[in-house]
Ligand binder design. Structure first.
Ligand code: UDP
Length: 412
């Protein structure tokens, strides 16, 4: 039986309560891996509720709040967690592989340990915009026993060559909401649109708010602003919060458009409240201002039968089929027409595609295949590895290019 140390990192519990893309994905992956007969030792924080065969918990609770501190006061957190992971890998002889999700520190520390032949081989999942750590990735020399995978083809297309040499391809993100999504009864749609995600420049909430005012529909913004999960927390933080770039984005570009009537910010939502908010929305907006690498909120909205409308960049063209599960605009100026055309997308098609492409079982089968490659030392060295997820049509295919996206529809 294969034993995997799944390293979720020290930042948030698994599953997270509310915001937490990586932690949500790990929460979806672990039960399916165990169903496939893989033993999972989960490295996380003690408050995590996700069942696993064993747990390693260097910190009692999520350290996300510490990420606001300067580098020299926060870098020790990730390293303390990673040190405990390496110790377990070194001291035990029953672990076949470590599947790591810790940004930069995970890959760098494991590369050194694996190269020294002190620990088992590693698969590191890249959840990030790869330009963010270009110096590190372009100099990566981790040897053949460290492999990486991306969460979309478009993300890996931007990977530096040194990182590509370690790549086994991409595995799209999944959500438990996709399992059986095709069999769920339709949810009555209300009139609102929603943006589900961190309030941060890359997610483009200011553009969504502008479209809501322009088109005259209600928009709900859900998610944290930096470490502040609720409006009252942000207010209580006062001037101290202003050092955070997401708080500055909120104050300068989003808040002036949030009138509390047409456009509202409701803070972080979770569980059934989050699902109902998305399922009853007529549209989920993704006016991306960055190359979104994975898009958990995108696969979630499709699973909940709500079309996605956004800008055709990052992973969006891989996850959303233009005209069938949403609309992909080429510029912010086109967004309003596409939002108004959201009613032409059949929610059933969204749920059916999610049930086919984005279930935890589909994701776990892909990862189980990658584990075999890493443990046996085969595969890799390409940007499009042997386990790339299929396109919206089910067959492997290239990323839809922006120029291939049809024009905005006429108003209905
Ligand atoms: N999320 C949530 N409540 C919120 C806002 C976000 O539960 O109020 C969840 C969202 O449903 C998704 C995750 O946080 O599962 C965000 O992940 P995504 O990959 O979309 O964004 P990122 O990792 O870039 O923040």
């Amino acid at each position: 039986m294969t034993t995997v140390l799944m390293n979720a990192g020290p930042w948030l519990p698994v599953p997270p309560d509310g915001y937490g893309g990586i932690e949500n994905v790990i929460a979806a992956l672990v039960p399916e891996l165990r169903r496939l007969g893989i033993r999972v030792l989960l490295a996380t924080v003690a408050r995590s509720a996700l069942p696993a065969d064993e747990r390693l918990t260097p910190f009692p609770d999520g350290q996300f709040h510490a990420l606001q501190r300067p580098y020299n006061q926060v870098s020790g957190v990730a390293h303390a967690h990673q040190q405990a992971v390496v110790r377990a890998l070194r001291d035990r002889d029953d672990i076949d592989l470590v599947h790591d999700h810790v940004e930069v520190v995970g890959l760098s520390v494991l590369s050194a340990a694996v190269l020294a032949a002190a620990v088992p081989p590693a698969l590191h999942t890249l959840h990030w915009d790869l330009r963010k750590h270009a110096d590190f990735y372009s100099a990566l020399d981790a040897g053949p026993r460290v492999r990486v995978n991306g969460v979309s083809a478009s993300q890996l297309h931007r990977a530096p060559e040194a990182l590509r040499q370690h790549s086994l391809g991409h595995v799209h993100l999944a959500t438990p909401l996709a399992a059986g999504a095709d069999r769920r009864p339709p949810v009555q749609k209300a009139g609102h649109g929603v943006v589900m995600g961190r309030i941060t420049p890359g997610k483009g909430q200011h553009l969504a708010a502008r479209v809501a005012h322009e088109c005259g529909f209600d928009l709900i913004l859900a998610g944290p602003v930096g470490p502040y999960r609720q409006p009252a927390e942000l207010t209580a933080a006062g001037d101290a919060a202003a050092a955070n770039p997401d708080v500055r984005y909120w104050e300068d570009e989003v808040r002036p458009l949030v009138d509390g009537v047409r456009v509202r910010w409701i803070g972080t939502v979770s569980g059934q409240e989050r699902n109902t908010l998305v399922a009853s929305a007529r549209v989920s907006l993704f006016p991306l201002q960055w190359e979104e690498p994975g898009g958990t909120a995108v696969v979630e909205t499709l699973a909940l039968g709500t079309p996605a409308v956004g800008l055709a960049r990052g992973c969006l063209p891989e996850l959303v089929e233009h005209g069938r599960t949403g609309w992909l605009a080429q510029s912010p100026a086109d967004l309003a027409a596409f939002v108004q055309a959201a009613g032409r997308i059949d929610p059933r098609e969204c749920r059916e595609q999610a049930a086919r492409r984005f279930t935890p079982a589909v994701m776990a089968a892909r990862y189980a295949g990658l584990y075999e490659h890493v443990i046996s030392g085969t595969g890799g060295g390409t940007e499009a590895g042997p386990f790339d997820s299929g396109s919206a049509h089910g067959a492997p295919g290239p990323v839809t290019s922006v120029s291939a996206v049809p024009a905005a529809p006429e108003e209905s």
